[in-house]
Design a protein around this ligand. Sequence first.
Ligand SMILES: [Fe+2]
Ligand SMILES: [Fe+2]
Length: 357
Amino acid sequence: MVVAADPPHKHDENRLSANVRLRMLDNALNEEDGIYSSDVELKRGGKSFTVDTLAHFKGQYRGAELFFIVGGDMLENFPEWREPKRILSMAKLVAVSRPDKLRDMNALARSIEERFGGTVIVSEFNGPDISSTEVRRRMFEAEPVDDLVLLETEHFMYRSALYMPDEIVSIRSRLASVIRKKRLNHTMLTACEAVKLAHLYGVDTKKARLAAILHDCIKLPNKELLEYCEQHCYDISDEERKNPYLIHARLGAVIAMDEYGVKDPEVLQAIQNHTLGRVGMSMLDKIIYVADKIEPTRDFEGVDEMRKAAYDDIDLCMLMVMRHSAEYTQASGRAVNPATQSVMDYLKKEMEKNNGQ
Ligand SMILES: [Fe+2]
Ligand SMILES: [Fe+2]
C-alpha cells in the first residue's frame, strides 16, 4: 500500500501530512499478514506520479508481474495521469468497483485499453461501503466511527484529534503543554469512549467530547495541586485537603470555564462530578464518569466486565466502578468519601426504577 506523498490530482487543503497518513496506515496494517506500507513516494519527494512509483517497483522486483490496484473512481481521469501508456506497459491496472458501477467501469476499462494498450481489469468489490469522507465528517461532528475503521485507527485519530474542529484541536494543544503525554492520551481516549456512550444513550455527543477532553485539565501531583490552589486563592475543604486528588474535578470545572472558555453548565457539571459522582447526576455526568474509568488504556482487573456493563446498563457500570474505587481507596489506607454511599444508594434506586419499567 503506497502512501501518496503529494497526489497531483487531488487538492485538499485539509489533507493530513504524508507522514501522519503513513503512521495511520502502519497502525491499520499492524495485524495484517502479507500487506505492507510503502514510503517510496515520501522518500522520492515532489509530486507523486504513479509512473515513477511503478518504475521503482519494476526495478526492485525484476521479472515480477505487477498489478496496480486503484479505486474505481480513479479510472475516470486515468488518461490525464502522467504517461498512461508507460504505466500500462509496466503493470496491469486493477480498478475495484462496486457491483452497481461494474457496467460503466468495464466500458471505461475497454476504452483505456484501446487508447493506451495494456490491460485494465475491473474487479468487483462487495465489502462494506466505507467512505473516508464519512469518517472525517463523523470525527468532526463527534459521531462514533467504530463501525467504519479499525479500533487502532479510531484510537489513533482520537489521540491526535484528527479531523476534529479547530476549537478541539487547540484545546488539545493547550493541554499538551500542561499535562503529561500519558494523561493527554487518557483524556483523548476518554473522549473516544464518551462519544460512543453518548451516542448510545441519546446524549449530545459534542458535549460529551468536550467534557471528556477537559475532565482532567488540572490533574497535577497532589503537592502541585495544593500549591496551585494557594496561589490562586482557591478554597479547599478539609476533605479535599486530606485527599487532594479530589480537588482536580471541582477545580477542573473552574479552569475549563475560566481558561478554556467553556460556558455550558452541563459540560462543567460533568467535569466537576467525574471523581465522586453525585445524587441525581445527569446522563452526561455518568458518561464522563464511566468513560474515564473504562477508556481503552485502562487495564485493571475487572475492567472488561465494566466495559460490557457500560453499554448495557450505565447505572450498573457506575456502581461497579464506584465499588472498585472504594475498595482501592480502603486498600490504600484512606477513608472512603462519605458521599460515596449515598450516590451508590441513589444508583441502586435508579436501577430498580428502570428495571421495574
Ligand atoms: Fe480525573
Ligand atoms: Fe481521568
